[in-house]
Design a protein around this ligand. Structure first.
Ligand SMILES: CC(C)(COP(=O)(O)OP(=O)(O)OC[C@H]1O[C@@H](n2cnc3c(N)ncnc32)[C@H](O)[C@@H]1OP(=O)(O)O)[C@@H](O)C(=O)NCCC(=O)NCCS
Length: 184
């Protein structure tokens, strides 16, 4: 399988949204839900801003078809959603690289999504590492969070990447792990 990685452009938005809504909480099939879902309901405008303002959408394609995406952006971008606003307020409760984490030395990675046709085949690691390498040019620390009811995502991120759990927190009746790693 030949996996190609690239920074997405506006021409990719429609196909990324199609992949996204296959696994988004409001539209995912009951059968797929056990393997994880994405909460945020992104629009075309959100993804266009993510691409144009943040250069923060990364995709994997196989035979020209988008099979995975990873998002990453500044806390300023994410703060339009209350959950991230909450995270920004509490960034300083943890450290990474011996530094207190803040909105300047870190960015937020995620969500990530791999189509079920290619799960377990290394696409996750590839899109993760690609996104990390791109963002390492801008930030020393990556921060992310994982819902505790998503064990597949937790296992993938804690065994196949250098992320480690730095905190646990609750928001809106959900429990989350907060994770971080250095980018370079
Ligand atoms: C989360 C996701 C990106 C991971 O990519 P992936 O290709 O499925 O990851 P992998 O299969 O390589 O790794 C998952 C690991 O979890 C294990 N796993 C699967 N179901 C599990 C479960 N219910 N509990 C614990 N571990 C589980 C797998 O066996 C695998 O471990 P192994 O390789 O050691 O056997 C992908 O499943 C996905 O897109 N899910 C839907 C959207 C989502 O949840 N995104 C993340 C939240 S934003």
């Amino acid at each position: 399988m030949n996996v190609e990685l690239q920074v997405a452009t506006s021409s990719h938005v429609e196909d990324v949204l199609t992949l996204h809504y296959r696994y988004q909480v409001d539209s995912i099939s009951d059968q797929d839900r056990a393997d994880g879902f994405i909460t945020t309901a992104f629009t075309k405008d959100h993804l266009t801003r993510l691409i144009e303002d943040e250069n923060g959408l990364f995709i994997a394609t196989v035979d020209g078809k988008i099979v995975a995406y990873a998002m990453a952006a500044s806390w300023g971008f994410w703060s339009q959603w209350p959950m991230f606003e909450f995270m920004v307020k509490n960034l300083h409760d943890s450290t990474c690289l011996g530094q207190v984490i803040n909105a300047d030395n870190s960015y937020q990675y995620g969500p990530v999504c791999v189509d079920k046709s290619v799960r377990g085949l290394g696409v996750f690691e590839k899109v993760f590492e690609f996104a990390l390498a791109q963002m390492s040019k801008r930030y020393p620390i990556m921060v992310t969070f994982i819902n505790q009811i998503n064990p597949r995502s937790f296992r993938a991120h804690t065994t196949k990447t250098s992320l480690t759990v730095i905190k646990e927190f609750g928001f809106n009746n959900n429990q989350y792990y907060k994770l971080a790693c250095k980018t370079a």
